[in-house]
Design a protein around this ligand. Structure first.
Ligand SMILES: NC(=O)c1ccc[n+]([C@@H]2O[C@H](COP(=O)([O-])OP(=O)(O)OC[C@H]3O[C@@H](n4cnc5c(N)ncnc54)[C@H](OP(=O)(O)O)[C@@H]3O)[C@@H](O)[C@H]2O)c1
Length: 313
């Protein structure tokens, strides 16, 4: 078999540019493996790429297979590669500048894959990598969140936010999250100490002197966040820092983050999942053929947790 079913885009545009078609089956290059995809996680990055919003930054060759979260089984391994073996159940965040996981098979660097947590299925596994790595790296690599500190998480119910709430709680922080009222009980169950309904309450009136803000929303939410930080505190933003001077003026720091693959961190996250400390929330599972519907849902900006595309089984 030299071809496979894949969801590809031949041009940037709306959800309708996604075409479910035959595509060449990938081979494992040096240091790589081929994964038989069971499920592909959906992230806002997927529709931003599809729409051409990030083409100045990520120079993709078209036609492109999107989807940079995968779970599946290792099908083939390049000679001499030992990080994983044929038959391993793996999950991972794929390199952004190449074809992704909206397909029956994907080639990936072996070093960026980790063993899938045993306690969750492939569907849940695909919900984890990109969003959880973003939360982990924001809180622990950039902000160096410590036990006893207070963290405000904007977008607590989203893909990144719902992992961040659980990681921060596990670290022993006091966790405050913003979300709409419908997500309050969801976030409390994940460990949030306080949930602020951003539609009815100005968070800057309710929160002050936090050590860390994790901003997954940007815009006005970011501009109003500088005042809730204690002096010396830090805001980490997944959508960049719009006014670094505002941070400087208040004696706080602002850092943008760009998530990077890290199999060691995925191993640590798998352990937290297997011991029951962290749970991925999957709001919607759709067949691969309905990727355009998944993009429409993601683009609403109001998904609770994650959307996953089922590729196999
Ligand atoms: N730089 C990086 O490396 C990186 C990595 C990952 C993600 N990102 C970016 O970070 C952003 C978040 O990613 P994600 O995967 O978490 O997105 P997501 O899952 O689509 O986020 C949806 C969530 O946002 C919440 N929300 C919407 N407006 C809000 C507001 N004004 N205040 C508080 N919550 C609000 C919604 O809750 P309600 O329904 O309750 O409103 C919903 O649960 C995206 O733009 C993504 O592209 C960047």
């Amino acid at each position: 078999m030299t071809t496979m079913k894949a969801m590809r885009l031949h041009a940037y545009g709306g959800p309708e540019v996604l075409a479910f078609e035959e595509a060449p089956r990938p081979q494992a290059g040096a240091g790589e493996v081929v994964v038989r995809v069971h499920a592909a996680g959906v992230n806002p990055l997927d529709w931003k790429v599809r729409a051409g919003h990030v083409k100045a930054w990520l120079q993709h060759k078209l036609p492109l297979i999107p989807g940079w979260d995968v779970s599946g089984v290792v099908e083939a391994v390049a000679p001499g590669e030992t990080a994983v073996k044929v038959g391993d159940a793996v999950y991972g965040m794929l390199d952004f500048e190449r074809d992704g996981a909206y397909a029956e098979y994907v080639a990936a660097r072996a070093l960026i894959l980790a063993l899938k947590p045993n306690s969750i299925d492939f569907t849940q596994g695909a919900a984890v990598p990109l969003a959880s790595l973003t939360a982990w790296q924001s809180l622990f690599e950039v902000a160096r969140l410590q036990s006893g500190q207070a963290v405000l998480i904007h977008g607590g119910a989203g893909g990144v936010g719902h992992f961040a709430v659980q990681f921060a709680k596990w670290r022993g922080a006091r966790v405050i999250a913003t979300a709409s009222a419908a997500n309050e009980s969801f976030l409390r169950e994940l460990g949030a100490d306080e949930v602020i309904d951003y539609r009815s309450t100005k968070f800057e009136k309710a929160v002050h002197d936090v050590d860390v803000v994790l901003d997954t929303i940007g815009g006005d939410a970011q501009l109003r966040s500088w005042q809730v930080l204690r002096r010396g505190g830090i805001l980490v933003a997944t959508l960049g820092i719009s006014s670094p001077e505002a941070a400087r003026d208040r004696g706080v720091r602002g850092e943008g983050i760009l998530v990077h693959p890290d199999a060691t961190q995925l191993g640590q996250i798998a352990a937290l999942i297997d011991e029951g400390t962290v749970k991925p929330a999957v709001a919607k599972v759709l067949p691969l053929a309905e990727a355009s519907r998944a993009h429409e849902l993601s683009q609403t900006g109001h998904v609770r947790g994650k959307i996953v595309l089922q590729v196999r089984g």
